[in-house]
Structures are given as C-alpha cells and as structure tokens.
Write a protein that binds this ligand. Sequence first.
Ligand code: ATP
Ligand code: MG
Length: 394
Amino acid sequence: MHPLRNALQQALADQPELLKLAEDYERYYQLVHQATGIGVWDWRLDTGMILWDDPCWEMLGEAPSTQPLSYVDWQQRVHPEDLARVEPIVQQQLQSGQPFIIEFRFRHHQGHWLWVEGRGQVVEKSEDGSPLHMMGTHTNIHQRKQAELALVAQKEALAHSNQLLEEFAYAASHDLRQPLRMIHSYLQLLEKGLEGQLSDKNQQMLTFALSGADRLDSLINALLEYSRVGRKGPPNENYLLRESLEEALSFLAPDIERTQAQIDIVPGPWPHLNACRDEMTRLLMNLISNALKYTQPGQPPRVQIRLSTSEQDWVIEVCDQGIGIAEHNLDRVFRVFQRLHPASAYEGSGIGLAICRKIVERHGGKIQVSSEGENQGTCFKLTLPRHLDASRSG
Ligand code: ATP
Ligand code: MG
C-alpha cells in the first residue's frame, strides 16, 4: 500500500465520510492515470526518498512497488548520455523553483531504452527558501520520439543525397565541357579544311553537328550555373535590396532600350536584407529579363515591380503584360530545362526560373507564378522571410 494511503487511512479512521471522499478522489486520480498512462513521482529532498506511483513502474515494465527509490536508483535507470543533460537542469530548477520539462531515456525492465517526458516542480520549501519537496510526472513519449528521430534521420539523409546530387551535377557539367569544346574545335577545323569540297548535304550535316555542339555547350553552361547557386559563393551581407534591383536594371539597360520597355517601380520601403547580394541581383534580373522577352513581337514590354510586406514576409512581385502562361503549364516553368516555347520563337535555355527558385528557397522564401492565361500577362511573386531583414536584427 502507498505510504500516503496508509497514513490517510489511519488519520481518517474515525471520520468515514472524509475517508470515503479521499477514496473517491483516489479512484478519480487512478482513472485519469489509466486513461493517460502518466505516472506521478514524489521526491523528498530532505530524506532523499523518491516515490513512484504504479504507472511510473509499469511504464518501465517493472512490478509496482511502494518501496522508495534512492537518488542513485533513479540515476542508474537513466540513460548515461541523458543523465549528463538532465541532472544540471534539475539542479538548476531546484535552485530557481521553476517548473521543468525534460525528455530523456529510462532503462526498461526488458533492457531497451524508453523515451519519457519528465515534468516537475518544487512544491515545498523550508523557511530559508531551500527546496524540500519536488513532485512531477513521467509520460511515455516513446512512439512520438521514435517518429521524430526517424524524421530527423530522413531529413539528414535527404540533405546528404541532395548534396551528392548537386556535387554530381556540378562535376558532370564541369567535366563535360572540356571534351565538348574539343569536339566543337575539331568540327570547326574539319569545316575549314574541307571548305568547298563538301556536297550540300554533307555541309548541312556538319552545320547541324556544329550547332548541336553549340546548343549542348550552352545547356551544360546553364546546368553549371544552376549547380553553382549557393556553392562557396560570397557570404551573405547586409544591404538594401533596392540596390539589387538597380543593378539588375543596369545590366538589362541595353535590352530595355532595344525593346522600348516601360518599367514601373511602385514606390515602397525597400528592406535591408541579410542575403547573398549577387544571387538576389541574378534573381531579379532573370525575372525582369523574362518579362522583357516573353511579349508579342513588336509590342513594347510593360513591367511593374511592386514591393509589399506582410506579418512574416517581404513580398516582391514582377508582373508583365506579355504573352502569359496557360494554367496547365504554370507549375512546369520552375523545372530545369523546361521551356514552353521553342528556341526559334524565344531564345533561352530554360534554366533561369529554376535558378530563381533555388535562390529564393536557399534564402528560406518561396516563388510563385500566376497568369490569367495566354496573352494576359504573367506575375511572379517572391516571398522572403522577414527574419532576413537586417535592420530588424540590428
Ligand atoms: P533562360 O535560361 O535563358 O532564362 P528561359 O527564359 O527559356 O531561358 P526560364 O526563365 O526558366 O527559361 O523560363 C522557363 C519558361 O517559362 C520559358 O521558356 C517561357 O516559356 C516561360 N516563361 C518564363 N517567364 C515568362 C513570362 N514572363 N511570360 C511568359 N512565359 C514565361
Ligand atoms: Mg529566362
């Protein structure tokens, strides 16, 4: 019998109504315990005795006991790696009197380790303020913890395999360029050496081979650029994002002039960001250059650049009034080498938006596209988390 129950029975022996009330209360407490599986512990700091209720023992596959545990008994049941973490927290909370919540592993009777959430708080202090009595609970969190750990392991494995893939893409594109250049050079030499000697058909085949090699070179180059995003580039810096926009526009100045584009920048408070400046410039440049490119022939592009803010993000929109994108194609445009138009209509390698997405996601943001449909213009929306805001972090 639990010593507390024993003491209550003796104290209330001549007051049956109160004893009944105490028993009802105990039943209620047991029902709650059965339903939740939570165990309650009771630690007397003056005597060093720790009492566990039945669920505390049962959780560890042990027969319930009313025998108190010593502090050493408790230590021996806790996983050594966790003990080093748990003990200082408990000591600290004993001093401060604050409640604590800790996750740690207990040795199960069958030999394996069981994840438990321990909560506790000082419930009684001596006159000089030193803690006398602490109480708390044990909850079996093994399943949840296993799922959490599996998720962390999966995330790590995914990050590792992504890194390997990126390294592969980088190495492949880097190493493929050299032999390709050789093929290209020898084809050119062949063309020169055989000048005037080839039939029209053979000359045409050589021209096809040369332009194929050119195209392959630009694709490999695009892939190399894609895999370089975030790779040992310059570190993040604190700067005014508006400067990236100015830079992007100055790089695109010849195209803007040639197409007689009208660029409207809706005034707004541009943020100071902690970000990779080159990448941000490239991001805006890719979006604006698409807005200049994908218009009806002969129609001067009209581009609007807006900036707004929400509770959590900075939102930048680059919208055009160009050829638009059909709804069923919207989610294709961010994929590597996906183009909706043949190179004969609009030049490009289909990597620009994939690079944009990589840059935005690397900075913890999102990129979305919307269009009312063909010839209805297109709008790209970037959301960058406000925690990149350098002026906020000081
Ligand atoms: P590059 O790698 O030189 O940028 P690209 O422009 O073809 O080549 P992306 O920028 O990735 O490649 O764009 C992918 C495709 O999405 C484009 O080929 C085009 O079909 C479509 N697209 C992109 N931006 C727009 C836009 N503003 N309006 C209409 N279509 C667009
Ligand atoms: Mg592009």
